[in-house]
Design a protein around this ligand. Structure first.
Ligand SMILES: [Zn+2]
Length: 255
């Protein structure tokens, strides 16, 4: 550090060195705030739950589980898996940020990979692209909340870390438009995360994806291509929403 400050104050280019150092420091601080700002200003209750899940034993984790096998009154979807809804829609935490918030919900399982069932949240047509190891998407021709449009329900992480899938045999890679009813077993939650070195907890990632207008789903990785699942589930699963506030949810199930 002392060598650095001596170098900084030594001519030539002293002024330029100072400017660059200030700009680099400001840039790094900006990046830090974008990535970790939620730690300072975030929702304390949600952060506390996250810590409880990460460090808790079996029973402490069980307290955080949402068990909701039937649709909430007035809501069209069932919750596609039981678990701790730990990363919410529009969530800036975890690997996400305020600039790149979470596009869906992560339902974490209190069990190892391959155990917790995943169900179709609504009637629709299953597609699994030939190279999808752990993912499915279900086309819902009529959005139950806005029947003039088509929407898609995206499911991922249904495989183990090696990429062995926990998807039911009825939906092999290449599955195209296979009709399923709400509640149909699709597979089991897992911890597959592609080729990424980042480990993920055993979970289901579930998101509601917009149609491109030509009958195909938009890129589900882009936040702007997704919808808040809360009114579909009748559950507050949006980061921006405190429990009981509603936020577009007319009937809210007790958690
Ligand atoms: Zn997710």
């Amino acid at each position: 550090m002392r060598r650095f400050s001596r170098w900084l104050n030594r001519p030539p280019y002293r002024w330029w060195k100072w400017c660059t150092a200030v700009l680099v420091t400001a840039g790094l601080m900006g990046l830090f705030i974008i990535q970790f700002g939620w730690l300072l200003s975030g929702n304390g209750r949600l952060n506390q739950q996250f810590v409880q899940w990460a460090g808790g034993d079996e029973n402490e984790r069980q307290e955080l589980i949402t068990l909701q096998r039937d649709a909430c009154p007035g809501a069209p979807f069932i919750l596609p898996a039981d678990g701790f809804i730990g990363l919410l829609y529009a969530d800036p935490r975890g690997p996400y940020s305020r600039l790149r918030p979470h596009q869906g919900i992560d339902i974490f399982s209190n069990a190892e990979a391959g155990v917790t069932p995943v169900y179709a949240a609504y009637d629709g047509y299953v597609t699994r692209l030939p190279d999808w190891r752990s993912s499915l998407i279900i086309r819902v021709p009529e959005d139950p909340l806005q029947p003039s449009r088509q929407i898609w329900l995206y499911y991922t992480h249904l495989a183990d870390t090696a990429g062995n899938d926990f998807i039911e045999d009825a939906f092999p890679p290449g599955t195209d438009e296979l009709f399923v009813r709400q509640g149909t077993l699709l597979g089991y939650t897992g911890d597959y995360n592609g080729d990424s070195l980042r480990r993920v907890w055993v979970q289901l990632h579930f998101s509601v994806v917009l149609d491109d207008g030509d009958g195909r789903f938009r890129n589900e990785l882009e936040f702007d291509n997704t919808l808040n699942p809360s009114p579909y589930l009748g559950l507050d699963v949006s980061y921006a929403c405190e429990p009981g506030e509603g936020c577009g949810v007319t009937t809210v199930c007790a958690p």
